[in-house]
Write a protein that binds this ligand. Sequence first.
Ligand SMILES: C[S@@+](CC[C@H](N)C(=O)[O-])C[C@H]1O[C@@H](n2cnc3c(N)ncnc32)[C@H](O)[C@@H]1O
Length: 346
Amino acid sequence: MILVEAVDRIGTVCQISVAHPLAEAPRALEFFAGIGLARLGLEAAGFRVVWSNDYQPDKQAMYAGNFGESAGHKFVLGDVRRVSGQDLPGGAALAWASSPCIDLSLAGARAGLRGTESSTFWEYIRVLEELGHDRPPVAVLENVVGLATSHGGEDLAMAIKAFNGLGYSVDVLAIDARRFVPQSRPRLFLVGAQTPPPESRQDRSELRPDWLWRVFGDPTLRTHRARLPAPPTPLMSGLSLCVEAMPLSDGRWWDGNQTRCLVESLSPVQRRRVAQLRRASGVSYRTAYRRTRQGVAVWEVRPDDIAGCLRTARGGFVQAGRRAVGQQSPASAVDDAARVRNPDGR
Ligand SMILES: C[S@@+](CC[C@H](N)C(=O)[O-])C[C@H]1O[C@@H](n2cnc3c(N)ncnc32)[C@H](O)[C@@H]1O
């Protein structure tokens, strides 16, 4: 859903009309498609995704489960290194890439855009270059905010220069998904436009925080700042409304032992947080994350009713647990704290 909003705004910013019926809708190419979350947003914003690529068969299967087969769309399963510009359908208005973040993530070794995984960004640039005159007028890169600081900002500058070399001026935005959905997931967007939209007169936008500002002042980079509407305020709640109801007999609930281990690893502050929730009436939901503190694995519970996003080397949600904490729920009988659903769904 974040993408719906983000793309909608970016679509507006880039002055691409998105009001056409689907058959005439502007066409989009989807690099690093995964399970198709970018496509969800792009299509909701009026684009028609005509080509997608990813190299993981399990993701392709999920993608197919999400979208099925559709005429006029091709999913190419394979390494982006083997994709050639000539293989792509022509006439695309937009190219979108959600390229791998592993080497840019704050939790990783931070090899940056030279890293084994994140260097696939350069394949995106290569394919755009090979498209020549058929290069889409707008090209987007989505990645983690760690791209902005990787190698002291050099990687971000290199990425902008690469777009510049292909004729794109670049806007740079940082958007946290929690402005739209109850999950904190900060992401960086580079929006390359061959014809930049009218400049913003805003000195500052919440979407261009101070730490991004230096790219706009760098005379070696061709950048612009599109006029943007004020973004929605970040959410502090809403996770509870998305939680899937699950009977206590479901095997994904942790047993008493696992739950006890979690509770015992909580710091006094964290324990008080959970205890306070349990004293309140009704059922509350919180996400918990396993972290290493001074060499010891501990769980930490978020104070708010939104999900977080771990900065792990592989990104994502890998060790998040969802807690349902309720004084009067049958769950409170499970053991002394809460019922806890296994994050891996096991
Ligand atoms: C950050 S994820 C993008 C997730 C996507 N937005 C989704 O909805 O699932 C990066 C994706 O790049 C894919 N990928 C990584 N290296 C690749 C390569 N060499 N060729 C093609 N796809 C690759 C991964 O399989 C992963 O799905």
